[in-house]
Design a protein around this ligand. Structure first.
Ligand code: SF4
Length: 404
C-alpha cells in the first residue's frame, strides 16, 4: 500500500553497465546498515516502517489491518508518541501496543541557535552514533536540512563532513526522525493543512515547510533508506509534504539519479562546484567516476525538470579557484538546455579548511554573468555560520569502530 507516490514512473531503459553499477551501489550501501530499531527493553520502534510493514506488525499482533492506518495517522499526522493518548484506539489495545512497541525520536545531544535564527541539533541514535540536522527559518518558509549518513564516503575538498569517514548509513526511522524531532521542537503537530509560511506571519501554516536532503552524507549512496523515509514523509495521510517541497542534493551519483527521479520525483540539486573535469576531479573526487558530461546528461533526462521545477546547481565560491569570469561563462555554456538555477555559496570556512571565500566583487561578477544568460543565480546568504551549521560545515565526533 502506498509503497511509492502515485506519480511513479518507470525507469528509463538502462544498459547492462548502468544496471550493474546500480546493483553495486545498492550492495555497497547494505554493508553499512543501521542498527536494529529496537529499544534496550526489546520494544520495537514503529517509526520508519512502511505502511505494509506496519500492517504486518499489527496482523502479527492479532489486530485488524485497519489498526495500522489508525496508527499511521497518530504517528505521522498527530505526532503522538504515547499510545495512551491515541483516543481512537481502545484501552486494552493501547496497553498491548505499549508493551511491544515505541514510537521513537533521536536523543538530542546538543542544540544551538545561531544569531540569525538557524538552529542546529546534534542527534544521537541507539548505537551512540551522531549526526547533525539544521533548521533554516525564512520569512515565508523554513527548510530542515537532514543528514542521511554518519560521515561520508566522498571527500569533497571544501566540505567538513568529507573529512569524517563513513561510519554507517542512517535507517529510514533515523531520517524521518530528524524531521519529526525538528517539528517537535516547534510544536508543529498535528500536521498543518496549508503549504508554507508561519500562520502568525500571514502564511498558510507550515513553519517547517521544506526539506533539503543536504546534510551529512551522500543520499544516493543510501538510496533505499532515503527513498523509504521520503515516501513516508510524502504520504498524504501523515506528514504529507509535497515532493515539490523536498530537494535531494547529490554530488553526482549518476546511475542513481534516474532511479531517484522516476521513483521519488523530488527536486534535484547537484553539487557542481567546478566547470572543468580537472578541477572537479580535485574538488569532488566522485567526478573521476562520473565526469561532468555524464552528470549533465543525467540532469537533462531527470524526470519532471522544467522551467517551473528547475534543477539547482550548487556552486561553492572559492577564491581564485573556481570564481573567475571565464568560469562563469563556461558554466553558462555547460548548462545550456537544462532548466537550471545556480546557487552561489560563499565558502563557509571550518577549522583546517584550505580555501578562502571569494571576494564580494568576484561573487557579484560571477552572478551577473550567469544571471545575464537567463539563469537565476542567487548568492546564498550564509546561515548559521557562527554555530558551524552552514553548508559543508557539519561534522560529528562519530568514528567507525575499529575492526577486531
Ligand atoms: S559535500 Fe556531501 S558528498 Fe561531499 S563530502 Fe560533503 S557530505 Fe559528502
Amino acid at each position: 500500500m502506498n509503497a511509492f507516490p502515485p506519480h511513479q514512473r518507470s525507469l528509463p531503459p538502462a544498459d547492462g553497465m548502468t544496471e550493474a553499477e546500480r546493483a553495486r551501489i545498492l550492495a555497497k550501501a547494505a554493508l553499512f546498515p543501521p542498527p536494529p530499531m529496537v529499544d534496550a527493553d526489546g520494544r520495537r520502534d514503529l517509526l520508519g516502517l512502511s505502511r505494509a510493514e506496519l500492517e504486518a506488525e499489527m496482523v502479527a499482533l492479532g489486530e485488524k489491518p485497519f489498526r495500522a492506518r489508525q496508527l499511521w495517522h497518530w504517528i505521522y499526522h498527530q505526532g503522538e508518541r504515547d499510545f495512551a493518548r491515541m483516543s481512537t484506539i481502545a484501552r486494552p489495545t493501547q496497553a498491548k501496543l505499549a508493551e511491544r512497541f515505541v514510537i521513537g525520536r533521536p536523543a538530542i545531544a546538543a542544540e544551538q541557535t545561531s544569531q540569525d535564527g538557524t538552529r542546529k541539533w546534534l542527534f544521537s541514535w541507539r548505537d551512540g552514533q551522531q549526526v547533525e540536522t539544521v533548521f533554516i527559518p525564512e520569512e515565508d518558509r523554513g527548510a530542515v536540512c537532514i543528514s542521511t549518513q554518519v560521515g561520508c564516503t566522498l571527500s569533497c575538498r571544501f566540505c567538513h563532513t568529507g573529512t569524517q569517514k563513513l561510519v554507517r548509513n542512517l535507517g529510514a526511522a533515523e531520517i524521518v526522525g530528524q524531521f519529526m524531532a525538528a517539528r517537535d521542537a516547534y510544536g508543529e503537530w498535528p500536521t498543518p493543512k496549508g503549504g508554507s509560511g508561519n500562520k502568525d506571519a500571514g502564511g498558510e501554516g507550515r513553519l517547517l515547510s521544506n526539506i533539503v536532503v543536504m546534510g551529512m552524507g551522500e543520499p544516493l549512496y543510501n538510496y533505499e533508506n532515503v527513498a523509504k523515509a521520503l515516501t513516508i514523509i510524502m504520504d498524504h495521510e501523515g506528514i504529507g509534504l509535497s515532493r515539490r517541497r523536498i530537494t535531494l542534493s547529490t554530488s553526482g551519483v549518476v546511475p542513481m539519479m534516474d532511479k531517484c527521479g522516476a521513483e521519488l520525483g523530488v527536486n534535484l540539486a547537484v553539487s557542481l562546484h567546478a566547470v572543468t573535469d580537472d578541477l572537479r576531479d580535485e574538488l569532488v573526487p566522485l567526478n573521476r567516476k562520473y565526469p561532468i558530461a555524464e552528470l549533465l546528461a543525467a540532469c537533462r533526462r531527470y524526470p519532471g525538470a522544467s522551467n517551473a521545477r528547475r534543477i539547482t546547481f550548487e556552486y561553492v565560491m572559492l577564491r581564485g579557484v573556481n570564481d573567475s569570469e571565464a568560469d562563469a561563462r563556461e558554466l553558462v555554456r555547460l548548462l545550456r538546455g537544462i532548466p537550471a538555477k545556480v546557487n552561489l555559496i560563499p565558502f563557509n570556512p571550518w577549522p583546517g579548511s584550505a580555501y578562502r571565500t571569494s571576494t564580494p566583487e568576484a561573487l557579484r561578477r560571477f552572478a551577473e554573468i550567469v544571471n545575464a544568460a537567463g539563469y537565476s543565480s542567487p548568492i546564498r546568504r550564509p546561515r548559521g555560520r557562527d554555530i558551524l551549521a552552514a553548508c559543508g560545515q557539519l561534522k560529528t565526533e562519530s568514528e567507525r569502530a575499529r575492526r577486531a
